[in-house]
Design a protein around this ligand. Structure first.
Ligand SMILES: NC(=O)C1=CN([C@@H]2O[C@H](COP(=O)(O)OP(=O)(O)OC[C@H]3O[C@@H](n4cnc5c(N)ncnc54)[C@H](OP(=O)(O)O)[C@@H]3O)[C@@H](O)[C@H]2O)C=CC1
Ligand SMILES: N[C@@H](CC=O)C(=O)O
Ligand code: NA
Length: 922
């Protein structure tokens, strides 16, 4: 056969000899061939035009994408039919709009806008039924088969919903065409439901036929709305194209081959740049209507995307994208910009609101990206699920973070089959899981110790009873004989899964995960790491599930340390600390990724609580006035620690209160870190102190108290450093009181003692009650703290103290009264000063920890004017460590040892130390 000249490029031609043209071509062609004319007598062009016209007739219209050319010889006409095929690939994008997106008239309009406003490429649009319609349709079936007559009124409601939507959106011929189709469908459905009502039963295909109508109507309405706006647009009943085969597990597998063939056929008859198709519904090979089951419309979009080899598929929904964790559980969860197909797969398995895993399958082989976007927030770019190779450089870096998201599955139980008889016995695992399958339980995670002594797996809590019974009965012989020691059930468990590309093969990921859990005081019951490398799964107690999720999320994914803080005692030091936190917050966040959120501030009378993103430190004082409530320590701790989204809690005690200090042990036990400048706990009863230390060392909670000695000066840390590196402390001697240092540095040149004390108090050096300083008790507490730190087991009462408070003022009612009375006693101190001065000496109030002799002392001493202690000025502390290494020349730390700024700075430093212990970058 001679082929015609083919004037078209890059199109597919079928060539026919006119004698062998298939029906309907041949019949039309031959029938209409004018018998009066001989083909050869026609000029070529005329014949061609004629053949062209004739061959188009079978379609009854002009298919613009079908062109025919023919060459005519004396004996035959060679016809080439250009079957302009479905243009595939780059030029198409697939969009899927879920039920909420087309939930009412204005939303349908909005969808039309989205489609129309972007004419950059051809669009294949899959729509679900209007929201709630599928449920309404299932309800019709349910009512009819349970012989409830209200199916008739329920059907009327379906009719009303669609007819009123159509009236809102359409007019003229479009409206009447749609309404007539709608009425026709409704009357067919009525007949069908009546049959179901009579039979009291609906077959699966009847059901599928009925429920699929929601999509038929929404697709028709949307296509008419778009057409009304002047866009050429076709609607597709996907049952004419999508062919699926049912599987045993009540799912369906797409028949791509057949679907593609049907799609091309459909398209050649309905060519258009915008196609609106029904989601959810399909046909079997036998042409019986069926559905794609759960999440069917997403699946429809993915299959169509694969058939078109679309550039991308956009799933329009009502969330901004895929979150790094369930945002209802983790307030800091963020929208992921990208996810690999496998990551999306894993996330959805673990219950994240991503896509059903089967939705991803059709697109993987073509590497078609799926974008999840929020129709109600077009400014959000959404989450792209794609092959890692197509992610841009910036995102690729994020990809390298390895861990993408976290999810939990609750209400599980662990089953642990254990015993020596399992090792090396082939078939044990298979027997276990065959039995589990027989009772219909779903195994969610399996872990077998390499010693083969135990197989442990997780099943839904509601299935565990049956599993336990079947295993007990299966293995009762082995249990009786002792080959198996137990079939144990651990109820109330949850699974926490970390998902990320290559995560499982990257050094340090597991360690960080477990470290985050340990630091949040969470016990791990079982572990499984999929060989797929996309997932690490741990089993934790149900009640720890959210805490575990938050701990790993904040530690890992966000790589920032978020700490919930409660500040107790917003007095001089506490409020200065709050101001410092306020001023430094942005820098900490930007440079160290540390986020400190003050969730509560409590004084002795009022407290201010926040349970969201933390108290605004710019106006906490006003907020306390406005919203402050009666102080209640229990409620305060519960609010700060029980906060929903932050895994780590620290309570900062800025009081001088013994009762508050007596709670530390309880807080540490609860996993709350404690930081304080309050000396009461460490200088209180020895047994309580020792208990606190043991408790703290045994847990993963931290207790820091640098500011208890020398305020912001590094005294405790220096001592710790010496001890931990193996030095031995011989003596610690120093000026430990900022107040007394200030007093004796300024009590000269004829000044009055009481006047200088008042200055120290005004400067914020003194304790809330200055008698604590003047009595030497404050220094004695510091001596005890350092003595105990050095290993001495001393009580406060073991330290002899020289008390500078006049006897008669020791019992005066208040600090104020004491200050008023003090001037009466100036003479006594002035005489001591004169004595010292006349011997060319200075007075210094010192404390000594004599480690070699296990004792301490606090007293007012006289020093020669060239002694280092004589050189101090202002509120300086000077602490000299004499050690085995620093024997001839002591290690000296000197600087201001009291005052609001330096003390708050010392506490702040402890907070940052905690953050770095919890994983903040250093
Ligand atoms: N000043 C300094 O240079 C240094 C001080 N420190 C220590 O810092 C701590 C605070 O000192 P400072 O700020 O000067 O003292 P303040 O008296 O100024 O503040 C004490 C705060 O504690 C609150 N408070 C007291 N009892 C309770 C309670 N039972 N429950 C809740 N809140 C309570 C008070 O609340 P309210 O006002 O409502 O009564 C007040 O806000 C002390 O332990 C001190 O030893 C440590 C090193 C240096
Ligand atoms: N009142 C104390 C404050 C620091 O602990 C002092 O004066 O040193
Ligand atoms: Na200090």
């Amino acid at each position: 056969m001679a082929l015609p000249m083919v004037p078209f490029s890059s199109v597919i031609f079928h060539s026919f000899n006119c004698t062998s043209l298939p029906v309907p071509f041949t019949s039309h062609f031959v029938r209409r061939l004018p018998c009066h004319c001989s083909l050869s007598s026609h000029p070529f062009s005329h014949s061609l035009r004629y053949v062209h016209q004739q061959l188009l007739l079978p379609w009854g219209r002009q298919p613009p994408r079908t062109r025919i050319c023919a060459s005519i010889t004396d004996v035959s006409v060679d016809v080439a039919v250009e079957e302009k095929r479905l243009p595939k690939g780059e030029t198409w994008s697939v969009h899927k709009f879920g039920g909420t997106c087309v939930g009412n008239s204005s939303r349908i309009k909005n969808v039309a806008d989205i489609i129309i406003n972007d004419n950059s490429e051809r669009k294949f649009v899959v729509v679900s039924a209007m929201s709630k319609v599928t449920d309404m349709m299932y309800d019709l079936i349910h009512k009819a088969q349970s012989r409830t007559e209200s199916y008739v009124s329920a059907l009327d409601a379906v009719l009303e919903k669609h007819s009123s939507t159509a009236h809102d959106l359409l007019a003229g011929e479009d409206l009447s065409t749609f309404l007539s189709q709608l009425h026709q469908d409704i009357s067919n459905l009525k007949a069908m439901l009546q049959a179901i009502y009579i039979a009291g039963h609906a077959t699966e295909s009847f059901t599928d036929f009925v429920v699929g109508h929601g999509e038929l109507w929404s697709a028709q309405i949307l296509s008419l709305v778009i057409k009304k706006r002047g866009i050429d647009c076709k609607w597709m009943d996907a049952r004419e194209v999508l062919v699926v085969n049912p599987t045993r597990s009540n799912q369906v597998d797409p028949d791509y081959w057949e679907s593609e063939r049907k799609l091309e056929e459909w398209y050649s008859l309905n060519p258009s740049d915008v196609i609106i198709a029904t989601g959810f519904i399909a046909s079997t090979r036998q042409n019986i209507p069926t559905t794609l089951k759960r999440d069917g419309s997403d699946f429809s979009a993915a299959i169509m995307g694969a058939l078109f080899k679309a550039r991308q598929i956009t799933i329009w929904t009502d969330v901004d994208g895929v979150y790094s964790a369930d945002p209802r559980k983790v307030g800091d969860a963020v929208i992921l910009k990208t996810l690999s197909y496998q990551e999306a797969w894993e996330m959805s398995y673990f219950g994240a609101n991503v896509l059903h895993p089967r939705t991803i399958t059709p697109v993987i082989q073509y590497g078609i990206p799926i974008i999840i976007r929020n129709i109600f927030n077009l400014s959000s770019p959404g989450t792209m699920i794609c092959h890692p190779s197509i992610i841009g450089d910036e995102d690729r870096l994020i990809f390298k973070n390895y861990v993408k998201g976290f999810a939990t599955i609750d209400n599980l139980a662990l089953v642990n089959v254990e015993g020596t008889g399992m090792a090396g016995v082939p078939g044990t695992a298979s027997a276990i899981f065959a039995a589990v399958k027989d009772v219909g339980a779903n195994v969610i995670m399996i872990s077998q110790a390499s010693s083969e002594h135990s197989v442990c797996f997780a099943v839904p809590e509601k299935e565990v009873k049956a599993v336990a019974e079947v295993l007990q009965s299966l293995f009762h012989g082995a249990l009786d004989a002792g080959r198996l020691s137990q079939v144990a059930i651990v109820p109330n468990c949850s699974i926490l899964a970390a998902v990320g590309q290559k995560m499982a093969s990257t050094p340090g990921v597991c360690a960080t995960l477990f470290d985050a859990l340990a630091k949040a005081n969470i016990n791990v019951r079982a572990v499984a790491q999929g060989c797929s490398e996309y997932n690490i799964t741990v089993v934790v107690k149900r009640e720890d599930s959210i805490k575990a999720l938050r701990a790993v999320h904040s530690r890992f994914y966000l790589s920032k340390t978020t700490i919930a803080m409660g500040i107790i005692g917003p007095g001089l030091i506490g409020s200065t600390l709050l101001d410092q936190l306020r001023d430094q917050a942005a820098i900490l966040k930007a440079e160290l990724n540390i986020e400190l959120r003050v969730m509560g501030i409590m004084g002795s009378k009022l407290m201010l609580l926040d349970d969201d993103t933390g108290i605004n430190l710019g106006k906490w004082r006003e907020l306390r006035e406005e919203k402050g409530e009666v102080a209640n320590l229990e409620k305060f701790v519960q609010n700060v620690h029980g906060n929903h989204f932050i895994p780590n809690t620290v309570l900062v005690d800025c009081t001088a209160d013994s009762f508050i200090a007596s709670n530390y042990a309880d807080w540490l036990r609860k996993g709350i870190h404690v930081i304080t400048p309050n000396k009461k706990a460490n200088s209180g009863p020895l047994n309580e102190y020792l208990r606190l230390r043991v408790l703290q060392r045994q847990s993963y909670t931290h207790y820091f108290y640098e500011a208890t000695v020398g305020a912001g000066l590094p005294i405790i840390s220096t001592l710790r450093g010496l001890l931990e590196t193996g030095d031995r402390i011989l003596q610690i001697e120093g000026i430990f009181s900022g107040t007394l240092s200030y007093i004796f540095n300024n009590f000269k040149d004829g000044r009055l003692f009481s006047e200088v004390v008042a200055e120290a108090r005004d400067a914020g050096y003194t304790e809330p009650d200055p008698r604590e300083d003047l009595s030497g008790t404050d220094v004695a507490r510091k001596v005890i703290i350092l003595a105990r730190e050095s290993g001495l087991k001393l009580e406060l009462s073991d330290i002899p103290v020289e008390n500078l408070v006049p006897e008669s003022l020791r019992l005066s009612a208040s600090a104020e009264e004491f200050m008023q009375q003090l001037p009466k006693f100036n003479q006594e101190l002035t005489e001591k000063l004169k004595d010292a001065e006349s011997a060319e000496e200075v007075l210094r109030y010192v404390g000594v920890v004599d480690v070699r002799n296990s004792k301490g002392v606090v007293e007012l001493r006289r020093y020669k004017k060239d002694h280092p202690f004589a050189q101090v000025t202002g509120s300086d502390n000077m602490i000299a460590f004499t050690t085995r290494r620093y024997k001839n020349q002591p290690l000296i730390v000197r600087g201001p040892g009291a005052g609001a700024q330096v003390t708050a700075g010392g506490i702040f430093n402890d907070i940052l130390r905690l953050a770095s212990y919890l994983g903040a970058p250093s």
